[in-house]
Design a protein around this ligand. Structure first.
Ligand code: CA
Length: 365
């Protein structure tokens, strides 16, 4: 014990000696502007204490404040405070907020090219898409789209592969999709409409009752990480595997004008904190999904995991390709992004096929 205390005392001594050394050095080189504190206000789409997504902004805040030694202060306003879940883009564009945390595909009505930076049906997994963002030109294309709005967008955390959703009835053919009332938003909803389903938009708080009472026949949410708390497994027996959101990436938004007022080191700390928080969200999503799936299987052994039969996938894929072609024809930048994603997916998937996919196939019992 005595030895431990000695070691502890020594380490304190060496720590303070080190801090002193760097402290003096900092004093010598810091300018007055460097020592300034910058308070940045962040608006998020999520309500207060929303798990995983909301933890990502809290982690970002902790990292940014501690890495900057308090020179960055982050103030987070959840939906409960600013009252506009889908107002984040406008908040950051106008400068009412400096930062945002949301999902890029929510803004497709304002700028169609924001659609492509979250996840696309039949497209890249989280791993493949991260490689596209960082090394395949994805970030550059995102910069091109968002710069028009005076915004910078940075990856904001991935849910991993999302489940296809909870269904009251089995889907055995394309005919079973005719008139199927399903909560499935965005581009995937448009694909479902193209094959004859009826996508509906129902607020999150009303989804459970809508599925229970048969107001809707099916819905998609995320996966076990966030589905468990919604309770859908209590009212719908079929849990379909995913196709429409293979690697959903959230986004951080930064007002560019504000960003340019920050010293270079704080800009680096800001972006690094965002990416580290995003990395943690993917890790955490995997953890929570594995944990929650174990609990669902144990407590609700009647849940049946299903995958659409091939003809259904074929019809969905045909509809997907048709709608993408239409988008590409309507806007040259859409065409550039769709082509970039398409070419990168081809290359990345050939590698995934002989690496992870082959490994997983060889392990299946
Ligand atoms: Ca979803």
């Amino acid at each position: 014990m005595k030895k431990l205390i000695q070691i502890f005392a020594l380490s304190i001594l060496s720590a303070s000696a080190t801090a002193g050394w760097f402290g003096d050095d900092n004093k010598a080189t810091n300018t007055k502007q460097d020592a300034k504190t910058y308070t940045l206000k962040l608006a998020e789409t999520w309500p207060s204490n929303f798990p995983i997504f909301g933890d990502t902004t809290k982690n970002f805040k902790k990292l940014a404040e501690s890495m900057s030694n308090g020179r960055l202060k982050i103030r987070i306003d959840s939906k409960n405070k600013h009252k506009s879940a889908l107002g984040i883009f406008d908040f950051v564009k106008s400068g009412q907020y400096d930062l945002g945390h949301s999902g890029s595909y929510y803004w497709k009505g304002k700028d169609i090219n924001t659609l492509f930076f979250t996840s696309m049906p039949f497209d890249m997994t989280a791993t493949e898409q991260h490689a596209w963002f960082e090394y395949g030109g994805g970030q550059e294309l995102m910069d091109k789209v968002y710069a028009k709005h005076g915004i910078k967008s940075i990856i904001g955390g991935n849910t991993g592969n999302q489940m296809g959703g909870w269904f009251q009835k089995e889907i055995n053919s394309v005919a079973d999709l005719q008139g199927l009332k399903m909560r499935i938003p965005g581009f995937a909803g448009e694909i479902m409409a193209e094959v004859g389903a009826k996508p509906t938009n129902i607020p999150a708080g009303e989804l459970y009752t809508a599925l229970d009472r048969g107001t809707i026949d099916a819905l998609e949410w995320v996966g076990p990480s966030l589905d468990l708390r919604m309770g859908f497994h209590k009212v719908a027996p079929y849990y379909y595997t995913g196709w429409h959101e293979p690697g959903t990436e959230l986004q951080f938004l930064i007002n560019l004008k504000k960003y340019n007022t920050l010293p270079k080191d704080l800009q680096t700390i800001l972006i690094t904190s965002m990416k580290l928080a995003a990395y943690d969200m993917l890790t955490r999503s995997n953890h929570e999904s594995a944990k929650n799936w174990a609990s669902m299987k144990k407590n609700y052994p009647n849940i049946q995991v299903k995958t659409f039969p091939k003809p259904v996938f074929d019809a969905l894929r045909t509809a997907n390709d048709k709608l993408l072609k239409k988008l590409a024809a309507e806007d040259p930048l859409s065409k550039e992004i769709i082509t970039s994603r398409h070419n990168y997916l081809k290359k990345a998937r050939a590698w995934t096929a002989i690496s992870e996919q082959s490994y997983l196939n060889s392990q299946s019992k």
